[in-house]
Design a protein around this ligand. Sequence first.
Ligand SMILES: NC(=O)c1ccc[n+]([C@@H]2O[C@H](COP(=O)([O-])OP(=O)(O)OC[C@H]3O[C@@H](n4cnc5c(N)ncnc54)[C@H](O)[C@@H]3O)[C@@H](O)[C@H]2O)c1
Length: 426
Amino acid sequence: MKKPITAIVLGAGHRAMVYADYSLSHPDELKIVGVADPDEYRRSMVREKFGFSEKNCFKDADELASVPKFADAIINGTMDEVHVKTSVPLLKLGYDMLLEKPFCVSKSEMKELMDVVNEHKNKVMICHVLRYSPFYLRFKEKIQNGDLGEIINIQTIENVSYHHITTSFVRGKWGNSEKCKTSMLLAKCCHDMDIMMWMMSPVRPVSVSSVGSLGQFKLENAPENSGTYCLKDCPNVDSCQYSAKKIYLDHLGSWEFYVWQELESVENPTMEQRIELLKRSPYGKCVYKCDNNVVDRQSVLINFSNGATGTHNMIGGSAAPLRVIKVTGTKGELYGEFENNVIKFTKIDPDSENFCTEERLDIEDFDVDGHGGGDDNLTKDFIRYVAGEEVSVSCTSIYDSVDGHNIIFLADESREEGGTLKAVDK
Ligand SMILES: NC(=O)c1ccc[n+]([C@@H]2O[C@H](COP(=O)([O-])OP(=O)(O)OC[C@H]3O[C@@H](n4cnc5c(N)ncnc54)[C@H](O)[C@@H]3O)[C@@H](O)[C@H]2O)c1
């Protein structure tokens, strides 16, 4: 029997555990043998779940890096702003790594990380999970087959939704760029930019510009009588569409890993405990009175080396979460709605009555959870990558992920300057 690859969980939060849990259903492929996390509860949760000894538990990345390498790989699920800081010492020890997106928060961090990876020849895969969903893979295959001809234009839209943006980018961890060190585009849309670069590859981007602003979730839009915490002092608690009561208590399962993180060690939190928490936690705050500064709408315009054009629209306060993609080529076009599992291929056909023919290519057994199957498929491909086996067409090694991140850094520079055109380094 083949030996499983061994991995250490670094940052035992929601994301790292999604990948680590793959080992429970596939023990022949992946074995979790250690953990590093400052949070004692999370350390012992991982140790008990995967059954390794206390000596393989570490308080943080530095403590882990102070002992000799004892596994093949690291699953790095720490937060954005410490990805490079936590990765560098472990990459220097020779670990391969599954690293969450965004893999860096600035151009200088990107250089620092790439220099280490180039020197130590680590296999580093970035968690651009959407590439691994059968939905986007169908697009890639159709483009690669030549069914669309030469690509003329590519459009992506990310409708974030009013409940997601207020949870993560107004009240939550990615609301203030001074604290989290990421922009909205980097934190939320690095997937979409990665998808766009992947669809266009090997054609590369040559220039980018962008506009965007924070227009909705700010103090001047607060109703006159609004309070500071929905459940503490706001008369609109039952009528406001952003009310923490409506979004988190009336939909208990939604956003639970963020909103109820403080209660994760409590077995069955009571409603009173939850209400008490929302009276003081950032997730209970009025959405107009948070310390958020990231944009809630942004548009990006990209020019590619073959003359193709691309646009990406991030719309924060939409009614429903929905990723849309449309790729137009000289022979036909593909249109897709991710969450709705809709894929339409329209082919140029002057012999047909309507000048074109339409075919539905929706995915069978589509499940939007786990990024439409992307989480598991990515973990599987990472295991193959580390084991030296052939990887899939989706492979999102760090080298494949650079263009998408670079476009975002340039787009944000452009947005800050009011939309100036930025050239992409060759
Ligand atoms: N791929 C995706 O689709 C996707 C989706 C959501 C989030 N993310 C990304 O996943 C990452 C993790 O997000 P999350 O919500 O799981 O975070 P989290 O806050 O739940 O987990 C991060 C963990 O890292 C630990 N940590 C902090 N500093 C550390 C250090 N120096 N050494 C070791 N551990 C340390 C924290 O204690 C915490 O347990 C983020 O970068 C986020 O942007 C990716």
